[in-house]
Design a binder for this molecule. Structure first.
Ligand SMILES: Cc1ncc(C[n+]2csc(CCOP(=O)(O)OP(=O)(O)O)c2C)c(N)n1
Ligand SMILES: [Mg+2]
Length: 905
């Protein structure tokens, strides 16, 4: 029997990528194997054949035969032409609409930069992804409705002009808004450069422009959706999470870092579309290789369903006619740098360079003109192929899907940038280029207007607009669309934490333990307990949160398939299908992504969840600061808890772990309320008020609290302290009366105890009465003072207002000293408003491992150092002899020549 040399049509070629044998003597072997495959396919179907070949491979490996692992498949579409779902829409109509969107997206950028050179914007990204987006909009993305939360779509950030341009065609945005793209301060407002919910809260849902964060968030969003479902918070139709990602963006560790989680959790509610236009900003993504093949291997290895969408329909007949397999071979030989070149050069070049390598291939395209060769589309520009890939993706079960879609960057820009290395930055087009663009896409702009690049929208009664709207109507409405409709929570009142308000006489505890108690009480609350979402990156035991394992369970979609080794203990590692704890493992970025998903559920799911993300404070802002910035943009509501904080309080861990600056980093996030509490009752006051502001009043802010691990007696809350705790400063313990000299010491966190000890020394040995204040938030005081100062400056003829810090300190006499377990710039934030100046002590420099006592002396934040700083401040004011300060230093055992953490200057 003569066997065909090519693969049967329905064979899965990825299973046959063993090294090509020499075409001579091995041919018979190959032919007989093909016979077997042929029969198996006919009798058993493709799935069983695949299984059979898999078993054969296993056997070969067991016998020591080195069979290569098939992590990548031939460089052709995963979905063969004959298995492609038919395109259900009016193809011609959709093409026209897409052309209008293309035109307007381009015109937005060109117009903005024509008027104000330097405003920026991107044309070429959307030009490459227009078909990928439009097929989604027309056929897949389901909007939010009364009884469906809507698909969650993460668009490539710098493709924003295309999304605006579509909203324009839909009638959601007007010409004036398009005109003010990137001019948000213009009259009437403008459109933000990128997707920013903070700037366009009714439109954008997901900020994506910091490369890598969107993909990461999308994974955790899809998993959080599952968690909410498992816990009974949401039911009904499951939303899909779509993420559009750049091929260059896949170089970000955040992009690919959590792939295995998505597969492990069987997130078939997640679809990624990687826009493989082969270029990033500077040049090719993988000029010397093939990004699609590389990504295929990574995703396949991570357990994803991979759909390669490389070639457009016009290639189908060529592939069908490629009996020798040479075309596929040539496709695999050419590298991305070549493919980029083919998009730039005329068809004659591709004929010569690509097909011309083998005479048989030249013959294959003999019937095509150079023009036709140039127009052989890439898969990502062919809406029929894109539709088929999306359909296969939404129907796939058990795995997340990635679609690797090959496109051309700057598609349609012609000489203005199509496929060119400069295309990413292209913002201007001359008249000729505009005319060519309009002609290519048949956009009806009149000749005398073309130079103006006017926006074009077909009238509402036109068949195009009607068609567009009818498709969106079928999919439930418009998107992106951010809606906030969450019901306020009945949050517990402050009294709920009564025991912490009363203090813990004779029992020592840390503020971390205080927090754990609060969290426990919240979780047990009848009204909001189940909405609490504790998030931990493998540090529950460090912080004493393991007590919650048993109580509310660790979420795992699989439950617990094994008997945990500590099953007999009280606090065993308890994984459950409806677990409340998100135990993320060692990924601060992943934990933060969960925090974002939970903290925005009031918008995405219309229901408040209360995330508490507790972590090593050093691995917060410093490690994942961009995600915290994003949380602000996305209007997340929740609590971040930077535990084991303080450069001398976390003592043994040394340089890498000891955080003394997260408070400064947090001060840079505009909507992040930041606190550095010393006592458990302060924590209770702050958290109770935070819950009220976020979940009752609906304020757009979130919280950062430092927690420490030093144990001490927690005092009862002084009468009337709550207001000062929230505003940032209150007098905790006045100094003794009737002493000649007066001072004020601000302390925060456990270092307040050094201030208290200094208070005693100063009174007993130096005749100074020092009041000790607890400074809970320098950031909030500074913001308030800056606001007040500005108001006074702008209203010079009106009576001046006083900021909180000014009003609380104005009547105080004496000198002001602040001591912190953080760097000096933290208390320095309020220095301009401390009467007579502020002397600050802090922990500038790299940490060291040693005892707390040694560290506090080293960093000069111990009580003795506070005493000297106070006496020095008094000496500066000529209230104390300078010699007395030197003497005190000697008496207190402070060495003026001691080493000091090395700092640059
Ligand atoms: C974290 C981060 N780094 C750098 C940038 C700047 N940047 C914006 S777009 C871009 C190139 C994107 O290339 P790719 O992901 O391939 O997207 P394409 O435009 O080609 O679709 C860069 C470097 C950014 N936005 N975020
Ligand atoms: Mg790219």
């Amino acid at each position: 029997m003569k066997l065909p040399k090519t693969l049967p049509k329905d064979a899965r070629p990825e299973l046959l990528v063993l090294p090509q044998p020499e075409q001579t003597e091995d041919e018979q072997w190959l032919e007989s194997l093909e016979t077997v495959v042929e029969h198996a396919l006919k009798d058993q179907g493709p799935q069983k054949t695949a299984g059979f070949l898999g078993s054969l491979t296993q056997r070969l490996r067991r016998r020591g035969v080195e069979v290569p692992r098939a992590v990548s498949t031939p460089y052709i579409n995963t979905i063969p032409a004959e298995k492609q779902a038919p395109f259900p829409g009016n193809w011609e109509m959709e093409r026209r609409l897409k052309s209008f969107v293309r035109w307007n997206a381009m015109a937005m950028v060109v117009n903005a930069n024509r008027e104000h050179s330097g405003l920026g914007g991107h044309i070429s990204t959307y030009a490459s992804s227009a078909t990928l987006c439009e097929v989604g909009f027309n056929h897949f993305f389901r909007a939010r409705t009364e009884d469906f939360v809507g698909d969650m779509v993460y668009f490539q950030g710098h493709a924003a002009p295309g999304i605006y341009a579509r909203a324009f065609l839909e009638g959601r945005l007007d010409e004036g808004q398009l005109h003010n793209f990137r001019q948000e301060l213009a009259e009437g407002g403008g459109l933000s450069s990128y997707p920013h919910p903070y700037l366009m809260p009714d439109f954008w849902q997901f900020p994506t422009v910091s490369m890598g964060l969107g993909p990461l968030l999308s994974i955790y969003q899809a998993r959080f959706n599952r968690n909410l479902h498992a816990r009974g918070f949401v039911n009904g139709e499951e939303p899909r999470v779509w993420a559009f990602i750049g091929d260059g963006e896949t170089d970000e560790p955040e992009t690919l870092g959590s792939l295995t989680l998505a597969a492990r959790e069987n997130l078939d509610n997640l679809i990624w579309v990687v826009n493989c236009n082969l270029q990033r900003l500077d040049g090719p993504v993988r000029g010397n290789g093939k990004i699609i093949q590389e990504l295929e291997a990574a995703f396949q290895g991570a357990g994803w369903n991979v759909i390669k969408l490389i070639w457009g329909s016009a290639w189908d007949p060529l592939l069908a006619a490629d009996k020798s397999g040479l075309l596929v071979k040539r496709m695999e030989e050419a590298v991305d740098g070549d493919y980029q070149k083919y998009s730039v050069e005329p068809g004659s070049y591709t004929r010569r360079h690509f097909f011309g390598k083998y005479p048989e291939l030249l013959e294959l395209v003999n019937h095509l003109s150079d023009e036709q060769i140039h127009k052989l589309l890439r898969g990502g520009h062919d809406s029929r192929k894109v539709y088929a890939a999306y359909k296969a993706a939404v129907e796939h079960k058990g795995q997340p899907t990635v679609i690797l879609a090959k496109t051309i960057k700057g598609y349609g820009l012609g000489e203005a940038g199509e496929g060119r290395n400069i295309t990413h930055q292209q913002k201007k087009m001359n008249e000729k280029e505009l005319r060519e663009f309009a002609e290519r896409f048949a956009v009806p702009v009149s000749d005398d207007e073309i130079a103006e690049a006017p926006f074009f929208r077909p009238p509402p009664e036109s068949p195009e607009t009607k068609y567009l709207l009818s498709l969106r109507k079928k999919l439930g409405g418009f998107l992106p669309h951010r809606v906030v409709k969450a019901k306020a929570l009945e949050v517990p009142k402050l009294e709920t934490f009564g025991d912490l308000l009363k203090g813990t006489a004779r029992t020592e505890m840390s503020t971390t333990m205080g927090f754990v108690r609060i969290l426990g009480q919240l979780i047990r609350s009848k009204t909001i307990g189940s909405q609490v979402v504790p998030i931990i990156p493998d540090e529950a035991r460090t912080f004493g949160l393991d007590a919650l394992f048993r109580e509310v369970g660790i979420y795992s979609s699989k439950g617990q398939l094994y008997e945990p080794v500590d099953r007999k203990s009280l606090l065993y590692y308890n994984e459950t299908k409806d677990g409340q704890i998100l135990e993320e493992g060692i990924t601060e970025a992943g934990s933060m992504a969960s925090f974002v998903a939970a903290g925005t559920s009031y918008a995405t799911h219309g229901r408040y969840m209360m995330p508490f993300y507790i972590y090593y404070s050093m691995f917060g802002f410093q490690r994942i600061g961009d995600l915290i910035w994003l949380a602000g943009d996305m209007r997340v509501r929740g609590f971040l808890l930077g535990a084991t904080s303080g450069r001398t309080t976390l003592n043994g861990e040394g340089l890498q772990h000891q955080d003394g600056h997260s408070l400064i980093l947090s001060s840079t996030i505009p909507t992040l309320a930041t606190y550095d509490p010393a006592f458990a009752y302060e924590l209770a006051v702050i958290i109770a008020d935070g819950m009220r502001r976020m979940y009752v009043e609906g304020e757009d802010l979130f919280y950062y609290l430092t927690l420490y691990n030093e144990n001490y007696e927690m005092p009862p809350m002084p009468e009337g302290a709550a207001d000062g705790i929230l505003k940032g400063l209150y007098k905790f313990k006045p100094g003794p009366q009737k002493l000649a000299l007066k001072a004020h010491i601000f302390g925060s966190g456990p270092i307040i105890r050094e201030a208290l000890r200094a208070q005693e020394i100063l009174a007993e040995r130096f005749g100074v009465s020092a009041d000790v204040w607890s400074a809970t938030s320098y950031k909030l005081m500074r913001n308030d003072a800056l606001r007040t100062r500005r108001w006074n400056m702008l209203h010079p003829t009106e009576p001046a207002k006083k900021s909180y810090v000014e009003s609380v300190l104005e009547k105080e006499q004496g000198v002001f000293v602040a001591v912190s377990d953080n760097i000096k710039i933290v208390p320095d934030q309020i220095a301009p408003w401390a009467p007579g100046g502020l002397t600050t002590l802090g922990t500038d420099g790299f940490g060291r491992s040693d005892t707390r006592k040694a560290l506090r002396r080293f960093f000069e934040v111990d009580a003795e150092s506070v005493v000297i700083a106070t006496l020095h401040a008094l000496a500066e004011k000529k209230q104390v002899e300078r010699g007395a300060v030197a003497k005190a230093m000697n008496e207190l055992g402070l060495d003026p020549e001691k080493a000091y953490p090395q700092l640059v200057s």
